[in-house]
Write a protein that binds this ligand. Structure first.
Ligand SMILES: NC(=O)c1ccc[n+]([C@@H]2O[C@H](COP(=O)([O-])OP(=O)(O)OC[C@H]3O[C@@H](n4cnc5c(N)ncnc54)[C@H](OP(=O)(O)O)[C@@H]3O)[C@@H](O)[C@H]2O)c1
Length: 238
């Protein structure tokens, strides 16, 4: 039997881009994959496109900006299967200056990227503690490593999550829970508008490449935690 067959992985933001690629990669290695996002049709398409691998993919719609929705979703998932790994991936941005960002846009970014990820962590923690371990992988961004203009709220959300995760990592070592932060640079996904993808697409990484690195961080020995992973396109930032 494949060693990873009993692995349960919850991927947030799995309807598109990096989250979708991570879900596909986990399904390929035989894990049971629980996929969440708001667009159910996209989740269904992903499951269908995976063919036989899609049999290991289970759809659990969830808006991570709602703590109640996150809690209910995880209750349903964990009633079906133990969850060894959370991929905190759901995220949005606006590519606007601090001056032009509306309060609503700022709320959406912080509620989704920072609070949404914390809600997901809070929901899986008791389960992982009870099960004697687990892995929490946060998809951050290279904004955690240097300053990018037109991304103040986004940077606050990712650096906020990094701070939360760094503290959490120390607190949960005793439970054998690994906290891994992955900070990708520009990756070819719909988070970038069509013009940006046309202009810079050649220099961007593919979501599949980021997904393979994410899964390989999970597959390291359980007594090792690859704490920080920074991935950039070879030609650097855009
Ligand atoms: N692409 C890059 O260059 C890059 C670089 C560094 C980091 N990242 C990070 O990678 C992650 C994935 O982004 P991506 O590039 O793959 O963008 P994407 O293709 O736009 O995917 C974003 C995903 O997040 C989901 N999402 C957004 N708001 C949500 C909510 N409230 N509740 C649940 N799901 C929600 C979307 O699903 P629904 O709309 O269906 O809900 C979608 O599946 C983000 O955290 C992003 O910050 C991206």
């Amino acid at each position: 039997m494949n060693e990873t067959m009993n692995t349960g992985v919850w991927v947030t933001g799995a309807s598109s881009g990096i989250g979708k690629a991570v879900a596909e990669e986990f399904a390929k290695i035989g894990a049971q994959v629980f996929i969440s996002a708001r667009r159910v049709t996209e989740l269904e398409r992903l499951k269908q496109n995976l063919g036989d691998d899609g049999l290991k993919v289970h759809i659990f719609p969830c808006n991570v900006a709602s703590s109640a929705n996150v809690e209910q979703t995880f209750k349903k998932i964990s009633a079906e299967h133990p969850v060894n790994c959370l991929i905190n991936n759901a995220g949005i941005t606006s590519f606007k200056s601090a001056e032009s960002n509306s309060i609503n846009e700022i709320n959406d970014i912080i509620n989704t990227n920072l609070l949404g990820s914390i809600y997901a962590i809070k929901s899986v923690l008791p389960h992982m503690i009870q099960n004697g371990g687990g892995t929490i992988i946060n998809i951050l961004s290279v904004v955690t490593t240097k300053v990018f203009t037109n991304s103040s709220a986004y940077s606050a959300s990712k650096l906020g999550l990094k701070a939360y995760a760094d503290v959490l990592r120390e607190e949960v070592r005793k439970y054998k829970i690994r906290v891994i932060n992955i900070s990708p640079g520009a990756t070819y996904t719909p988070i970038w508008n069509t013009d940006a993808r046309k202009k810079y697409g050649d220099r961007m990484m593919n979501p599949e490449d980021v997904a393979r690195i994410t899964v390989s961080a999970f597959l390291q020995k359980e007594n090792i935690v690859n704490e920080e992973i920074i991935i950039r396109p070879i030609e650097g930032d855009i």
